[in-house]
Design a protein around this ligand. Structure first.
Ligand code: CP
Length: 352
């Protein structure tokens, strides 16, 4: 398949993240990426996946590069696996502690980033509560810095979706034969939005969304998903069940009667899991809330891949970071070549 060419529209995160040759230079969203790039991420991650078992867990792909982790929202899995991934690629890593940084003295986000760029940073890994923050930064920052989205508002969490796709491919194989159900608080979930995009791009047979009407935006049907309000209907014959956390911190009003009512209707118990195929796998991006969206017997049971997902976060993030740095380097070389051609042409004209 031909790589997506990069239309030059800075308002569109899908174009900002690609080089003119259709390679990754930032990683902001899965929207607008093609199957070829997603498979390249999965295949690149495959080449890193066994590194954790080697005595020297390092490759030199980011040697001499500086990666800055900037998490404006809390994180355990994403922040730790990005740090480990960068270190395994031999980068120098700076974890900025936002709570003690000068942002609390009124410094703007762009000023903070420009100061970090002045220290020679090559990549910012950013989590932010505002949807679109990373796209804004990528459209403003110097071309020498790559921006990786570690989750923005309700909009996107593309590396999470890619590690989920890696987990599914590793354990279930061909996407075209798979029915996947995503269950719970779809309304507030950046993970669900990125997963729907990834599953569609990779050609999953069916993507189902299950939840109470108050947490199930009808607009997501336009992304190519089928909506269900009953677990018994939505889980019937699925191969993969992805549970989502109930994001109480993002709920402005009373969207649910109670947590116990939510658990009764949508919590994944052994009984409800029996509606799915007998060999169905269970996933959850974490953090899990036991007894709210998932029963411990299922979370810790033989069909659960929840901790596998966490482990695969490292090779997936290594893949994305190495591809973005490679895209940046190619783009810079091309720009330098073009400048040199223009300067030679000008010199030729002057001496002619
Ligand atoms: N899945 C996920 O984003 O987890 P963290 O919030 O711990 O990073």
């Amino acid at each position: 398949m031909k790589p997506t060419s990069a239309p030059q529209n800075p308002a569109d995160p899908r174009s900002v993240q690609l080089t003119e040759d259709g390679k990754l230079r930032h990683f902001l969203t899965l929207g607008g990426l093609n199957k070829e790039i997603l498979e390249e991420i999965l295949d690149t991650a495959d080449s890193f996946v066994n590194m954790g078992e080697q005595s020297v867990k390092k490759v030199p792909l980011l040697r001499g590069k500086t990666v800055v982790n900037l998490f404006f929202e809390n994180s355990t899995r994403t922040r730790s696996t990005f740090e480990l991934a960068a270190k395994r690629l031999s980068a120098d890593v700076l974890n900025l502690d936002i709570s003690t940084s000068a942002t609390s003295k009124g410094e703007t986000l762009m000023d903070t980033l420009q100061n970090l760029e002045a220290m020679g940073s090559d990549m910012f890994v950013i989590r932010h509560a505002d949807s679109g923050a990373q796209h804004f930064i990528a459209s403003q920052i110097s071309p020498n810095v790559a921006i990786i989205n570690a989750g923005d508002g309700r909009h996107a969490h593309p590396t999470q979706a890619m590690l989920d796709m890696y987990t599914i491919r590793k354990h279930k194989g061909d996407f075209s034969k798979l029915k996947v159900a995503i269950v719970g608080d779809i309304l507030h979930s950046r993970v669900a939005r990125s997963q729907i995009q990834a599953l569609n791009i990779l050609g999953a047979e069916e993507v189902r969304l299950i939840g109470p009407k108050t947490l199930l935006p009808q607009s997501l049907a336009e992304m190519g998903a089928t909506l269900y309000t009953r677990m018994e209907d939505g889980l019937k014959d699925v191969d993969v069940v992805i549970m989502l956390r109930l994001q109480k911190e993002r709920m402005a009003g009373a969207l649910l009667p109670s947590e116990s009512e939510f658990y009764r209707l949508y919590g994944l118990t052994t009984e409800k899991l029996s509606y799915a195929k007998p060999d169905a796998v269970v996933m959850h991006p974490g953090p899990i809330n036991r007894g709210v969206e998932i029963e411990s017997a299922v979370a810790d049971g033989p069909q659960s891949l929840i901790l596998n997902q966490v482990s695969y976060g490292i090779p997936i993030r290594m893949a994305v970071m190495s591809m973005a740095i490679s895209g940046q380097t190619q783009q810079k070389a091309k720009a330098a070549e073009s400048n040199s051609d223009q300067s030679n042409a000008a010199t030729g004209e002057a001496s002619a």
